[in-house]
Design a protein. Structure first.
Length: 408
């Protein structure tokens, strides 16, 4: 960091109310700091100038123009130092922090249960009881009792990746059918990478840890896939470190199959929005069809019973996501209508039509699961499916929608 021209890292900024005051919160989605910083008043003005171009003297002059008061150099340097120590500023200090965290992850034989203790319990019995509760009617589908056995085999499911306490029963609506109507012992799990990646896909060989026991990765499958794909499948492996979209599915799969040997193939995906922004289709990037064709070939050659899972939420609207105002009740109804229309090509197994339905309005609703859902459908091919559950989690700062889809 150039101390005279501080630069804020690319972190998430969103409005919050704290102790009756409107603030902007800073949070690092990449997980290099667990701190959340609240900014308001003059402090918000000051930090908004941490762009790597304004020197301390420039910031003093800007604050004099905006506020009519001199902010002492010492005060500004203390703000810079505090943010740097917390990992919010680019520079040598952050480079050291990032290298240490990345190296610890790469050296670990497992992918830690990053969100245990915050998004879900670290105690196995407490966690199991919570997941049991998601199946309870009326919100849940009822317990796994074998009534669905004998129906068509489930080939794939789309489940949310919203926090369990917000969307738990929706997970159950997807996974109940999987538990009763799939003999799979390998699960290819596609997840959204919320921070974006250099590569369209990221694999890892690391078993996913959970309070219910590790969820082993099928390393033989992963190695075969990476060779067939003819691209760097591990160059963005670090994205797995704190990403929750696969972690939550791994927890649920371990819960479902506590007494059965299963393996997963974790695949983080980030390519569909990138294609949309440049006016292209996902398959216009040759790495995308190469990987997904290689995945289908690896499934066929493995001789294993394989099911596909996508951890994917849908719309994200409201001030938290950059909109000027909260979402109204009428808007919630419109979001549901548009989401359900978008899910029609999903239940038909049509990846291209699904992408086009999102691209048609420039992804106005910010469909978070675009890449993993596309990847699942493109790998699966045509099929028949149904929406088991649709839900929304509205709050004043933002609305997230999600759905449970089962494909046969």
């Amino acid at each position: 960091m150039n101390e005279s021209a501080p630069r804020l890292r690319r972190v998430e900024a969103f409005p919050v109310e704290h102790e009756g005051r409107q603030c902007v919160a800073l949070r690092d989605p990449a997980g290099y700091t667990a701190a959340i910083v609240l900014l308001h008043g003059p402090l918000l003005d000051i930090v908004s100038l941490f762009d790597g171009e304004h020197t301390i003297a420039d910031i003093q002059a800007a604050m004099m123009r905006r506020r009519g008061q001199l902010v002492e150099r010492r005060q500004l340097e203390e703000i810079v130092e505090a943010l740097d120590q917390q990992g919010f500023l680019d520079g040598p200090g952050f480079a050291v922090r990032r290298a240490a965290i990345d190296n610890d992850f790469l050296a670990s034989p497992t992918r830690p249960a990053t969100h245990a203790g915050t998004a879900y319990a670290t105690d196995a019995e407490e966690l199991r009881a919570m997941l049991d509760g998601f199946f309870a009617p009326p919100a849940g589908p009822g317990p796994i009792d074998g009534r669905g056995i004998g129906g068509p085999q489930v080939r794939a499911v789309i489940a949310p990746h919203i926090d369990f306490h917000r969307g738990g029963p929706a997970y159950a609506w997807a996974y109940r059918d999987l538990a009763e109507r799939s003999q799979a012992d390998v699960f290819v799990v596609f997840g959204t990478c919320h921070t974006g990646m250099e590569h369209p896909f990221a694999l890892t060989r690391k078993d996913y840890a959970s309070p219910l026991g590790n969820v082993p990765v099928d390393r033989e499958f992963v190695e075969a896939l990476s060779k067939r794909a003819r691209q760097d499948c591990f160059g963005s492996e670090l994205a797995h470190r704190v990403e929750h979209s696969i972690e939550f599915q791994a927890v649920f799969l371990r819960y479902l199959y506590a007494d059965r040997e299963i393996r997963i193939v974790p695949v983080l995906a980030s390519f569909a929005h990138e294609a949309m922004l440049t006016g292209r289709r996902p398959d216009d990037d040759p790495r995308v069809p190469r990987f997904l064709d290689a995945l289908a070939e690896t499934i066929a050659a493995s001789g294993r019973r394989v099911a596909l899972v996508a951890g994917a939420d849908l719309a994200h609207l409201g001030p938290r996501f950059g909109d000027p105002a909260p979402v109204s009740t009428l808007e919630l109804a419109r979001i549901e209508r548009e989401d359900r229309a978008m899910l029609e090509p999903v239940t038909a197994g049509d990846a291209q039509a699904f992408f086009e339905s999102v691209a048609r309005d420039g992804d106005r609703r910010r469909i978070c699961g675009l890449s993993p859902i596309y990847a699942l459908l493109r790998t699966l091919g045509r099929g028949a499916g149904s929406v088991k559950r649709y839900g929304q989690w509205p709050d004043p700062s933002g609305v997230v929608s999600f759905a449970s889809v089962v494909l046969e």
